[in-house]
Design a protein around this ligand. Structure first.
Ligand code: IMP
Ligand code: MG
Length: 179
């Protein structure tokens, strides 16, 4: 088993790049079938989803566009403190079929936030495609629509996911080794 060290932590290969690529092709085929004849906007969430979004989008045969947004934290003017807002988009997405592309859904808090902000923009419908899903950590009610892999509730890096900014370039997904 391949191992790698990032900063002070050791990680072990969990999902190889070949397995990831094959699964992404399957996910794209399902999306192609589900949205046949429709005009679809893919919305990648930066930074983590950039690799997954690129590989998935290459396999999409629909009339489709892709755009990327980022969740930015800023200190709110109200008492609740830090607020997260989606930034980076400039197109009219009303009445679009939107597929949000995420690297990982953990507690689901981020997802809920994104869905909330998209709904205010009157899109036709929203579905979520995520490479990784941690059902054991998820506190939301509705599971993501397209899931690459369900994984245990452990910290992972690679294929876009980072540990303190590092590890995104690993072609496979690696899981933390507890020592
Ligand atoms: P959630 O809001 O708890 O679902 O977490 C969402 C965000 O936390 C993801 O978009 C990731 O950026 C980050 N995250 C959650 N789990 C992991 C992990 O195992 N490795 C790296 N980042 C993670
Ligand atoms: Mg992320």
């Amino acid at each position: 088993m391949k191992e790698t060290v990032i900063k002070d932590k050791k990680f072990r290969e969990m999902i190889t790049s070949d397995v990831i690529s094959a699964r992404i092709r399957e996910m794209a085929e399902k999306i192609n079938r589900d949205y046949e004849g429709k005009d679809v906007l893919f919305l990648g969430i930066l930074n983590g989803a950039f690799l997954f979004a690129a590989e998935l989008f290459k396999e999409i045969k629909l009339r489709a566009r892709i755009s990327f947004v980022k969740l930015a934290s800023y200190e709110g003017i109200n008492s609740s403190g830090s607020v997260k807002e989606l930034i980076g988009w400039n197109e009219d997405i009303s009445n679009m079929h939107v597929v949000v592309i995420e690297d990982i859904v953990d507690t689901g808090n981020t997802l809920e936030l994104i869905q909330g902000q998209l709904k205010t923009r009157k899109v036709a419908d929203i579905r979520i495609a995520t490479l990784l899903f941690k059902p054991g950590a998820y506190t939301g009610t509705q599971a993501p629509d397209y899931v690459g892999f369900e994984i245990p509730n452990d910290f992972v890096v690679g294929y876009g996911l980072d540990y303190d900014g590092y590890g995104r370039n690993l072609p496979s997904v690696y899981t933390l080794v507890n020592e």
